[in-house]
Write a protein of this length. Structure first.
Length: 395
């Protein structure tokens, strides 16, 4: 372990669902041929000059994107060592938690023993109980919900139990209590990664979800990266859903986001305020708005928006900073499936004072990123191999 911090501040940005090619076990997940970034590039010319400067196209061949002779960043890719392909699994693995079995999925809805107990305890019947798009199920069942007062229960490709309710029908405090009740019920083989409150407003034909979403995650095991950083007194500032995924553990300050654009703006704001420590960011639109909806053009434009933002981001980097870009799983919008996909994820690391052009190769786990962050701040986690020494500036 290095005796002193190589980097005073690390900005770690998760481009949610930006996979970069199927893993060897993809067929077991029904994901043969998945390649989120690669397949988008085949379908639509991508203009990503700034990500390419960092080394994105040096990771693997990508149609229309040329590798650069001397990338200014370090580049590689990571395998997901844990079984599964969801948000919680990927983010937890980054922090050093490897699952023995994946969180359960309920593509056909939740069983009667769960729903009967749920309805009994909340004192209301429910609607839905199926896998669905959040906006579509509100459009489908919102009017009936307003008439009956029954909350809408649905799931997705993720391990989630989601409850949608109109804020004027079921007040927020009650919706949150309903979700807390669901979290208590969903144990053992039914322990989904997250229970999510999904409030909305408006009238039939014009419903809109509000920003009062709240996630109730399974508590991560003790000793993960953010616990270790807290023990060292390292300031952690989260942007986006990071706070919810880790139940706020080890996070001093946080900003929720409404979109990628909002998340990028709040990342720059955090960089103005937090001069040392870790800024941990998730940009979720890739997954939520485009991957699950098989929207190739939307995904492509979102990538180009991040690329166009990078010069502003780079201008705020100090010589003692390290930026890390990666993903948590894939969600290929070009395949028939609207599910997540079992893919490798890209790894880019850049700092004005870091070594340039380093090929970090194929990492066996996302925990390598967490171990690198841990080592930088003078601690360690139980899994992963640090690549800090390959990035740290030579004295």
């Amino acid at each position: 372990m290095l005796e002193q911090r190589a980097f005073a501040r690390i900005i770690w940005i998760v481009l949610d669902s930006l996979g970069i090619g199927e893993m060897p076990d993809a067929a077991a997940y029904g994901d043969q041929g998945s390649d989120t970034l690669g397949n988008i590039a085949k379908r639509r010319t991508l203009h990503l000059p700034n990500l390419s400067r960092l080394g994105l196209a040096n990771i693997k061949p990508l149609t229309g994107l040329n590798p650069v002779p001397a990338p200014i960043g370090a580049f590689g890719r990571c395998a997901l060592a844990s079984p599964g392909k969801d948000t919680t699994t990927g983010h937890w693995e980054m922090a050093g938690i490897h699952l023995e079995k994946p969180f359960p999925l309920f593509p056909h809805g939740f069983p009667p023993e769960i729903m009967n107990e749920f309805e009994r305890r909340i004192g209301r019947s429910s609607l839905g109980n199926k896998a669905a798009s959040g906006t579509e199920i509100i459009k489908e069942l919102g009017e009936e919900h307003m008439r009956t007062g029954s909350p809408i229960v649905y799931t997705s490709a993720d391990s989630v139990f989601q409850v949608a309710a109109h804020e004027e029908v079921i007040p927020l405090f009650e919706l949150y209590k309903i979700c807390e009740t669901a979290r208590e019920i969903l144990r053992g083989p039914y322990e989904v990664g997250r229970v999510i409150a999904r409030p909305f407003i408006g009238s039939p034909g014009a419903f809109t979800r509000t920003s009062n979403r709240h996630d109730y995650a399974v508590p991560p095991p003790k000793g993960m990266l953010l616990d270790r950083l807290a023990e060292r007194g390292v300031e952690v500032f989260s942007v986006g859903k990071i706070f919810d995924v880790f139940l706020g553990r080890g996070i001093r300050e946080q900003e929720k986001t409404k979109s990628n654009t909002d998340g990028m703006a709040k990342t720059l704001k955090a960089m103005d305020e937090v001069k040392e420590g870790l800024i941990f960011v998730n940009l979720v639109d890739f997954d939520m708005l485009y991957g699950h909806r098989n929207d190739v053009e939307g995904y492509a434009k979102a990538l180009e928006e991040v690329d166009g933002w990078l010069p502003s981001f780079e201008s705020r980097l100090s010589p003692g900073d390290l930026a890390i870009f990666t993903a948590d799983h894939g969600c290929d919008p070009t395949t028939p499936s609207t599910d997540h996909s079992r893919e490798y994820v890209p790894l880019l690391a850049y700092g004005k004072g870091a070594r340039h052009g380093v090929n970090l190769g194929l990492r066996s786990t996302l925990s390598d990123i967490g171990q690198t962050v841990a080592e930088n701040f003078g601690t360690t986690i139980t899994t992963g191999s640090s690549f800090l020494a390959e990035l740290a500036p030579s004295n």
